[in-house]
Design a protein around this ligand. Structure first.
Ligand code: NDP
Ligand code: A1CAB
Length: 267
């Protein structure tokens, strides 16, 4: 089991730390770095992991999980990139940034793995996609899997698919939360108390998600089973189609993919 340092322990860094601890990773094998001292103190108090500066993390950890915003990655690598020995494994959690961005700022031969996870990691239900970058071997991918499997599901994808993955599963939880929020508001419109609307929609979302996962059925078949002839569901579906919800989702995910590309171009 490697010592893992989370460099830039914000929201995603924290969920990696907390997930590894839940999975039984010893706290003494976890390091965290933060830009603001109060954030570091918070993490130390909450998880008992050691807060260190970036240089100490580089010196002591075998795996460096980079969890800063993509816009902060260049400055971070200007600070530590050249000091990272080539036997360390770099795991980038950053949206958009290709592994070549890191390779160009690291000593020749340093292995880089690109990972796109998502916030349901907080409840061990993440979807994490893992790609080999320069100098990353099967052994390096296995280390990334050892870290992320306990946080949910993992899949290996070619790096060329990572911007699309980011649009689907990286950002995905936000789309579902927005749908749930809108449906709860619809419940209010129909006169239900907010708490009742919340309970109905959240449990419906959970039930639908479990059926999607466990039944093995195509979503079309599951939807058809709910949609009675001349019934209530088809009336709602007509409105969804009239308002272009399907087309909106296609455009929205394409926009997310394009934004990931733009982040890389601006880095
Ligand atoms: N949020 C999400 O759902 C997902 C995010 N990601 C990716 O994860 C990464 C992190 O996102 P997120 O956790 O949301 O962002 P946050 O802003 O919450 O976390 C980034 C953290 O890095 C710290 N930081 C920045 N520069 C340095 C530095 N030089 N040294 C040490 N710490 C530093 C920031 O400090 P400060 O607090 O001072 O800003 C902040 O705490 C991004 O690259 C994002 O693309 C990937 C998948 C999902
Ligand atoms: O919005 C973002 O850029 C990050 C990456 C995927 C989810 N959140």
């Amino acid at each position: 089991m490697h010592t893992v340092a989370v460099i830039g322990a914000g929201k995603i860094g924290e969920l990696v730390l907390s997930g590894l601890l839940r999975a039984g990773w010893p706290a003494e094998k976890l390091l965290a770095t933060a830009r603001r001292p109060e954030r570091g103190a918070e993490l130390q108090e909450r998880y008992g992991v050691r807060l260190v500066d970036n240089a100490t993390a580089v010196a002591e950890a075998g795996v460096l999980a980079i969890a800063v915003k993509p816009q902060d990655a260049d400055a971070l690598l200007a600070e530590i990139g050249a000091k990272i020995p080539a036997d360390k494994l770099i795991i980038s959690l950053c949206a958009g940034l290709p592994t070549s961005f890191f390779a160009a700022r690291l000593p020749e031969g340093t292995p880089v793995v690109r990972v796109m996870t998502n916030t349901p990691a907080l409840v061990d239900q993440a979807m994490t996609a893992i790609s080999a970058g320069p100098h990353a071997t099967g052994e390096h991918l296995a280390i990334a899997e050892e870290m992320f499997k306990p946080l949910g599901s993992t899949i290996r994808v070619p790096e060329t698919q990572q911007d699309a993955v980011t649009a689907l599963s990286g950002s995905g939880p936000a789309y579902f939360y927005l749908l749930v929020e809108a449906m709860i508001d619809a419940g209010i419109l129909l006169g239900l108390p907010r708490q009742v609307a919340h309970e109905l929609i959240v449990q419906t979302a959970i039930g639908s998600a479990v059926m999607l996962r466990d039944s093995g059925e195509h979503p079309v078949k599951l939807r058809e089973a709910v949609t009675s002839p001349a019934g209530t569901t088809i009336s709602a579906i007509r409105e969804l189609e009239n308002h272009g919800v399907r087309a909106a989702l296609l455009s929205a995910l394409e926009a997310a993919r394009d934004r990931a590309r733009e982040i890389a171009a601006q880095a």
